[in-house]
Design a protein around this ligand. Structure first.
Ligand code: TMP
Length: 236
């Protein structure tokens, strides 16, 4: 599949057209940002790890009944994906209190939640991705009720699958962010990526952070943490 013109450059990925109007190529960068792009840096090797890890997990999820945008891994950093219209929502699932949830509700980080929670943020950089509720989503016409129900069903399914999968690797899935898109025939599919950029992973015994929080919080060791997640998941 030939890479044609660049359509878009995001904070962590570039997107290219292909000969097929239904397919795109994503190209993962080592660039890292936090706080809506205010903090900038690089995590060496991150693009390769996120590409391979996300593709690996999406293929497992696809087999478990969650439709995804994944088509084919083309190289270390490049993947062929279905072209979708992204639903402009960040879908966040939490199992353990951390990050903005801990801050907003005054709950100590590491407190297990009584049940998994789901929240939406409106994907809008100018507004800083504000928290948004289902009524707001419908009022603004960002998605239909039917789409939201499908998205919530898939998101909780992804959580149950990944939580169990990572636990076998001695990793706690604290929380994560998903994005969904609609293909040209109107099917909702899981899009974007599943990686240490978009998930909080803690070692089950030591609670060591194995994700992008090491970068967000200036802890150091972020490249090593990504490598460790890759090693546990894919044995390399
Ligand atoms: P939060 O606690 O900062 O709201 O983050 C919740 C989860 O979402 C966490 O796993 C990190 C992920 N996340 C993203 O993938 N992109 C973002 O822009 C933000 C703020 C969080």
């Amino acid at each position: 599949m030939e890479k044609k013109g660049q359509l878009y450059e995001g904070k962590a990925k570039k997107v290219f057209a292909t000969d097929d109007p239904e397919l795109l190529i994503v190209d993962y960068k080592d660039d890292a940002t936090a706080f809506n792009g205010e903090k900038k840096g690089t995590i060496l090797g991150k693009g390769v790890i996120n590409n391979r890890m996300s593709n690996f997990l999406m293929q497992l999820l696809e087999k478990d009944g969650v439709p995804t945008h994944f088509v084919k891994e083309l190289s270390e950093r490049e993947t062929l994906v279905k072209k979708v219209t992204i639903v402009p929502l960040e879908v966040i699932i939490r199992n353990i209190a951390a990050g903005s949830f801990s801050k907003r509700y005054g709950v100590e980080e590491g407190t297990p939640l009584k049940q998994p929670s789901l929240e939406f943020s409106y994907k809008n950089d100018d507004l800083g991705d504000p928290l948004i509720n289902e009524y707001h989503v419908l009022a603004l016409g960002l998605a239909t009720k039917e789409d939201l129900d499908t998205i919530a069903k898939y998101a909780f399914h992804v959580n149950e699958f990944l939580k169990a999968y990572f636990l076998k690797l001695d990793v706690e899935l604290v929380d994560f962010k998903l994005e969904f898109g609609k293909t040209s025939d109107g099917t909702i599919v899981l899009a974007d990526e599943i990686s240490p950029d978009t998930c909080r992973f803690w070692d089950v015994h030591t609670h060591e952070k194995l994700d992008k929080d090491r970068f967000r919080r200036n802890m150091g060791g972020e490249a090593e943490a990504y490598q460790e997640m890759m090693r546990r998941l894919m044995g390399q």
